[in-house]
Design a protein around this ligand. Sequence first.
Ligand SMILES: [Fe+2]
Ligand SMILES: [Fe+2]
Length: 178
Amino acid sequence: MANERSFPAALNEQIANEFGAAMQYIGAAVYYDAETLPRLAAFFYRQAAEERTHAMMMIQYLLDVDEEVRVPDISSKQTRFDDGVAPVRMALEQEERVGEEIYRLFELARESRDYRAEQFMQWFVKEQVEEVALMQDLLNIVERSKDNLLLAEDFIARETLGEDGGDDPTAPPPAGGG
Ligand SMILES: [Fe+2]
Ligand SMILES: [Fe+2]
């Protein structure tokens, strides 16, 4: 079945999803911050900033190709969780879902023979592989230390988990520089 949506319209929806992911990661960070687990909190504040940057990259792309940009409403996000593993489980599900969204955007670009859109989406395909793998790693760590999350805190500090993003020269430029 042919896809009826235009790539710019679909990308505008993804901008909302990326901002939504950013807000949801702030929700997770706030939960850990309130539990005095600062490394887990910092991890999610950092992830939130990355998701915002993804949205800003998509905004810059739409500006560059002279398409309309919509700034979306974002619904309120979860800040209460049953235990210290739940936010990470939610995060992994979110990254897997975003992965599917990114693949659909890639398909749409290809189906509509929008080569610049296809090339733009390529970076996000690679990024999602890394993000899903990172959340899977973090889920392994918090599940293993769920009775004492200070062990997860030590691991994150020692291994600088999630701190190697942000200096990728192949990344698309974000609107406003970041
Ligand atoms: Fe993202
Ligand atoms: Fe992500």
